[in-house]
Design a protein around this ligand. Sequence first.
Ligand SMILES: NC(=O)c1ccc[n+]([C@@H]2O[C@H](COP(=O)([O-])OP(=O)(O)OC[C@H]3O[C@@H](n4cnc5c(N)ncnc54)[C@H](O)[C@@H]3O)[C@@H](O)[C@H]2O)c1
Length: 256
Amino acid sequence: MRENTAKATLDFFQLEGQSAIVTGAGNGIGRSVALILAGLGAKVAVCDIEADSAVAVVREIEEKGGTAIACPCNVCLLEDVKKTVEATVNAFGTVDILVNNAGGGGGGKRLEDMTYPEWDRLIQLNLTSAYMFSMEVLPCMRKQKRGKICNVSSGAGIVGDFSDVHYAASKAGMLGMTKEMARELAKDHINVNALGTGLTDTRMSRRRGLEQASKEILWPRVGTPEDQAYSIVFLVSEAAEYLTGQMICPNGGSWM
Ligand SMILES: NC(=O)c1ccc[n+]([C@@H]2O[C@H](COP(=O)([O-])OP(=O)(O)OC[C@H]3O[C@@H](n4cnc5c(N)ncnc54)[C@H](O)[C@@H]3O)[C@@H](O)[C@H]2O)c1
């Protein structure tokens, strides 16, 4: 009996036959998500502006027996977004899972150093891109009455982080978008959730410096890409069927 329950629970994490798009999957958190999703049986579209990185992740997945395609794509361009969704549907038949992960930091700009073009650039990269990808996968998800969208937000969008007003605004915007889309899409069995990502050791956070930021973390280490990926994978799995419009924060207790 106990064994059956355990197996039934683990089955919720089986993604055999499902198709996923992960943006910014060439490095860091996105790469880790792509590898784990593929390991659980999903066919993965590895989307990144760095074509070489996307191809390298696809190779890694294939070497482990998984299925993936590389989609070189600038998530800021609607044309590229449409091409990526089209390529995924052509290769795998549909899109079941979308992880809006591609994004970048603002370079630690204080208000006095900000410019309007810089504001527009980062909002486009971190927020509008996620909106465009979500809108482009909706026809598939609505048609099949099933879909999972996970938006990779940030603690900066919840509690701020003392710099980069445009970064904090873009990540807070993702949370508002998550809730609104969750409300409108629940009737179609489409879950929309967000990750309140804590400080994670990646290329992006290293650019800004991990040492100062990691002082807020209670857990005695900095987060890894896998720490974030496990929560994302939960959010896009059947185990999270009844969870929508929510955010989970793998942050080592940085904020509560
Ligand atoms: N690392 C952290 O501490 C941290 C904290 C909070 C939130 N996040 C968020 O996590 C997400 C992933 O970041 P990461 O830390 O893994 O960084 P990363 O730099 O390791 O990976 C980001 C990936 O996105 C890709 N990318 C950048 N611009 C793109 C574009 N225009 N089109 C397509 N791909 C593009 C990059 O090439 C890269 O492969 C980001 O949205 C980031 O804001 C990270």
